[in-house]
Ligand binder design. Structure first.
Ligand code: GLN
Length: 491
């Protein structure tokens, strides 16, 4: 197989090839590194490329395969979003604050993947501290959409989604606080899964909003999402929100189809102002589910329009607390030209954080301050409970919710940078799942104006098997997976 063809493979395809001796992990890793060399000057999906480490891990994976001790991820080249700690590998959160931060330990999810023999090819660009929907808030450089490099890849996991779409890695891990796995997956035409809150350990994930953050896979297809979820799901006492229950084998959930599956389509997810091409693609996708035997019904979730307001009180509030640790003393950037301790603290935060991060800290500190706490934070918590209850009630009558992932296809670089509210509106359809803690997946669900559209499916708490089964049935019945971004290599 040629290097470009190797780089294009999904995990389950590569695993078969590696097992049969048709290729080695070193060859696969080299093919992916060549692909990074050929396209990443245009995509900019990587903050750091870990070439040496990757080849070393690939050699170890080949030894493991030779000894008959390989799993489905052994030898598979991956990228990790750069807000997950990697021992000895710079972890920046795409912030000046952590530009030179080299962790002394691995995030639990990274460790589990290493233990399975996955190969780290690098760290993925993101909106600074995962705050944003376009990856333009990275303090270093914006990532570009492989389908059209004048456009954004979405965010905040824009690096991981673009890297998977451009074959610069076989799979990636992202984090999703309000949509940051699903929205970039949708805009880049790949699969992104936000698991149930607490299913994947966040030990070593740099915290943004702790009651919402969750790690999940970004992959080329649904089978790969199940394979990666198998590796990273499971109890971890080092994350106090971790669910203490052993997860099933998610690959067994893929088969079975959707005959009889009750699919609810909430009318609140088809709003004025969403792109007609997106609405059409998603309605067609839901029609396909129906043709496959799903029982589709219209439902109403009247609380959903409040999700965005709730999110933009709670997430900044939690961020303002989580980011208080960046004081220039313990780690990270430290201003040196200060006249006093307070001056040092101020200058460190002034120069270390970018504008969006400062905006969130100010919003959060305000919502939590004496006199405003009840009116904002407490009220948002109450509405959060109502949103969760409304979804719980809906799932008594249906098995999955089908909706768009994002109201638009990938937009142009710069188009929304001057208007935070327009930027925030990207996540209206993804935030409810974080607020309720339920799993949700975005899969390629059609095209509009030559760009990918995401179909979002949501399921109740720990409903990943149902979600994966429905997503897999849809994927198998359609051709979207075969469509590739028109990104021509250099030279
Ligand atoms: N775009 C949302 C925000 O800016 C969600 C980000 C995320 O999920 N990390 O906060």
């Amino acid at each position: 197989m040629t290097p470009p063809a190797l780089a294009r493979l999904a995990i389950h395809e590569a695993a078969a090839l590696l097992a049969s001796g048709g290729a080695s992990s070193v060859e696969l890793t080299q093919a992916v590194l060549e692909r990074i060399d050929a396209v990443d000057d245009r995509v900019s999906a990587f903050v750091t490329v870990t070439r040496e480490l990757a080849l070393e891990q690939a050699r170890a994976a080949d030894a493991r395969i030779a000894s008959g001790d390989a799993g489905p991820l052994t030898g598979a080249p991956m990228q990790l979003k750069d807000n997950m700690c990697t021992l000895g590998v710079r972890t920046t959160c795409s912030s000046r604050m952590l530009e030179d931060f080299v962790p002394s330990y691995d995030a639990a999810a990274a460790r589990r993947l290493y233990d399975q023999g996955a190969v780290l090819v690098g760290k993925g660009n993101l909106d600074e501290f995962a705050m944003g929907s376009s990856t333009e808030n990275s303090a270093f450089f914006p990532t570009r959409n492989p389908w059209d490099t004048d456009r954004v890849p979405g965010g905040s996991s824009g690096g991981p989604a673009a890297a998977v779409a451009a074959d610069e890695c076989m799979f990636a891990l992202g984090s999703d606080t309000g949509g940051s796995i699903r929205q970039p997956a949708a805009l880049c035409g790949v699969v992104g899964l936000k698991p149930t809150y607490g299913l994947v350990s966040r030990y070593g994930l740099i915290a943004f909003a702790s009651s919402l953050d969750q790690i999940g896979p970004i992959t080329k297809d649904v089978t790969d999402a199940a394979i990666v979820l198998n590796a990273i799901a499971g109890y971890d006492p080092r994350d106090s929100t971790s669910i203490n229950r052993s997860p099933p084998d998610y690959t067994l959930a893929l088969k079975g189809g959707v005959r009889g599956l009750r699919v609810g389509v909430p009318k609140e997810y088809f709003v004025d102002g969403m792109e007609p091409g997106v609405e059409k693609a998603v309605r067609d996708a839901i029609g396909t589910l129906e043709e496959l035997g799903a029982v589709v019904t219209d439902i109403s979730l009247p609380m959903s329009p409040y999700a965005m307001a709730v999110y933009y009180i709670l997430a900044p509030s939690e961020a303002s607390a989580n980011l208080a640790r960046y004081d220039g003393v313990k780690y990270g950037f430290s201003a040196q030209d200060a006249s006093s301790m307070w001056d040092a603290l101020e200058k460190t935060r002034q120069h270390g954080f970018g504008p969006e991060v400062k905006r969130r800290i100010m919003l959060g500190a305000y919502a939590l301050s004496a006199g405003y706490y009840d009116a904002y934070y407490l009220k948002a918590q109450r509405v959060r409970t109502l949103i969760r209850r409304e979804l719980d009630a809906a799932f008594e009558k249906i098995d999955v919710i089908a909706a768009p992932t994002s109201p638009s296809v990938a937009f142009r670089q710069g188009a929304k940078m001057d208007d935070p509210v327009q930027m925030y509106l990207n996540d209206v359809f993804t935030q409810p799942a974080n607020i309720a803690g339920i799993p949700a997946i975005s899969i390629p669900g059609g095209m509009s104006e030559g760009l990918p559209v995401g179909l979002q499916l949501m399921a109740p708490h720990l409903g990943e098997p149902t979600l994966l089964r429905a997503a897999h049935a849809y994927e198998q019945a359609t051709q979207w997976r075969a469509m590739r971004p028109p990104l021509v290599p250099n030279g």
